[in-house]
Design a protein around this ligand. Structure first.
Ligand SMILES: *Cc1c(COP(=O)(O)O)cnc(C)c1O
Length: 408
């Protein structure tokens, strides 16, 4: 008899986005003339800029020629891309890395989800609340938790609430934890962490022989000069942190797929009897065993993000999204809402009025002004009473959505 991995039965059903679709569908059947504006999506909307498209055309032509054809690429990605990543994303911020510390992949979702595999099953995991569900679900699948309670929280995971009181940057846990997931700039709250705040986490990890998995997927949206773009801008972080980056939100690659993970040579984990083990070669082993590389075409496209033209064109698109965010923030503040994020991240985290729950406010927005948001409670218990608005989208639609909010 073939046995199922029963850990999968502990997973909460993917409830949030199907439930949003169900309510939107039901509403549009009732009111078919309503023009619904979706500010709920976490996907980019602008097309790829010309420098990237041109690099892809060239790569396709190469693949079709005898001299230019490429089969399997190097294990960790092409040097032309890794070198561009190191020079532009790290060296420019005072962080030096070797090529062998960068692993190119086809997505940060897979990387943040897979990385826990190289750690023992009995580690204590800490996540923020609200949280990107991938961090939690992959640990559930791996068997690090028991069943979820009524609120949807798993026994075996430490949840660290992120609220206005701590500016959405979690306090150090009272319990001793081994693996810590941090995401800054954050989805869904749009919060960022300052150097001093990240330093506390780096020091905690050093003191407790813990590791931080730092998701910097929204790094390109940081506008404030004092905010670190990489956790390695904190002294000593290379000993305790893995960093995940992606071209998905930075350069519109959600449908093209290219990302990378940094695993420094200094990073160590321990055997049960206390012997230090280098994590970099272990991740290399994992990566090469289960993955055969991002396509040459997407790696060529990713390298074009770092060319002079590519940088300018990508920056313009980010500015378009961030002007949407600025309009959302300023309009909602004028209307007397409590608003967070939207300055260094493409998400605005909005407190509902009159103590409405996230779903009550979702229904109100949908029915009164035909705008779709994402209920904050879908990201965790501490997200209750908030909704997320996304700045990805057409500026005219965002402007119209804001006009409608005025009539709420
Ligand atoms: C979108 C996103 C990613 C990127 O995922 P890809 O697989 O690279 O598209 C990673 N982390 C967070 C928190 C995200 O929102």
């Amino acid at each position: 008899m073939i046995k199922i991995n029963e850990n999968y039965l502990k997973l909460q059903s993917g409830y949030l986005f199907p439930e949003i679709s169900r309510r939107v569908k039901k509403f549009s059947e009732k009111k078919s003339d309503a023009r619904i504006i979706r500010l709920g999506i976490g996907d980019v909307t602008e097309p790829l800029p010309p420098a990237i498209v041109e690099a892809m055309h060239n790569a396709v032509s190469q693949m079709g020629s005898r001299d230019g054809f490429k089969g399997y690429g190097p294990d960790q990605g092409y040097d032309f891309l890794i070198e561009a990543i190191i020079a532009n994303d790290y060296k420019s911020r005072g962080v030096s890395l070797e090529n062998s510390e960068v692993f190119v992949s086809d997505g940060a979702k897979c990387d943040t989800g897979n990385f826990q595999e190289v750690f023992g099953i009995d580690n204590v995991i800490a996540v923020t609340d609200p949280v990107y569900p991938v961090y939690v679900d992959t640990n559930v699948m791996a068997g690090r938790t028991r069943k979820a309670d009524k609120a949807g929280r798993f026994t075996g995971i430490i949840y660290m609430p992120c609220t206005p009181d701590n500016n959405f940057v979690p306090e150090l846990p009272k319990e001793k934890v081994d693996l810590i997931y941090l995401c800054f700039p954050n989805t869904p709250t749009g919060a960022v962490a300052k150097k001093e705040q990240l330093k506390k986490w780096v020091d905690y990890a050093k003191d407790n022989k813990a590791i931080i998995l730092f998701d910097a997927a929204y790094e390109a949206f940081i506008s404030d000069n004092i905010i670190p773009h990489s956790i390695y801008e904190i002294a000593g972080a290379k000993e305790v942190a893995v960093e995940f980056r992606s071209f998905s939100k930075t350069a519109g690659f959600t449908g093209l797929r290219c990302a990378f993970t940094v695993v420094p040579k200094e990073l160590k984990a321990w055997t049960k009897d206390g012997q230090a083990v280098d994590v970099n070669p272990i991740w290399h082993r994992r990566h090469c065993t289960k993955f055969n590389g991002a396509s040459y075409i997407s790696q060529a496209a990713a390298a074009a993000v770092y060319t002079e033209q590519g940088k300018k064109q990508v920056r313009k698109i980010i500015e378009l999204y961030m002007s949407n965010a600025a309009l959302i923030v300023s309009t909602l503040k004028k209307l007397g809402f409590e608003v967070y994020g939207g300055v260094n991240a493409p998400y605005v985290w909005l407190k509902t009025k009159n103590k409405m729950t996230s779903w009550e406010f979702f229904d109100l927005l949908l029915e009164k002004v035909n705008v779709v948001c994402t209920p904050g409670s879908g990201f965790g218990v501490a997200g209750e009473g908030f909704v997320r608005l996304s700045a990805f989208g057409n500026p005219a639609n965002v402007a119209e959505a804001m006009e409608r909010f005025k009539k709420l």
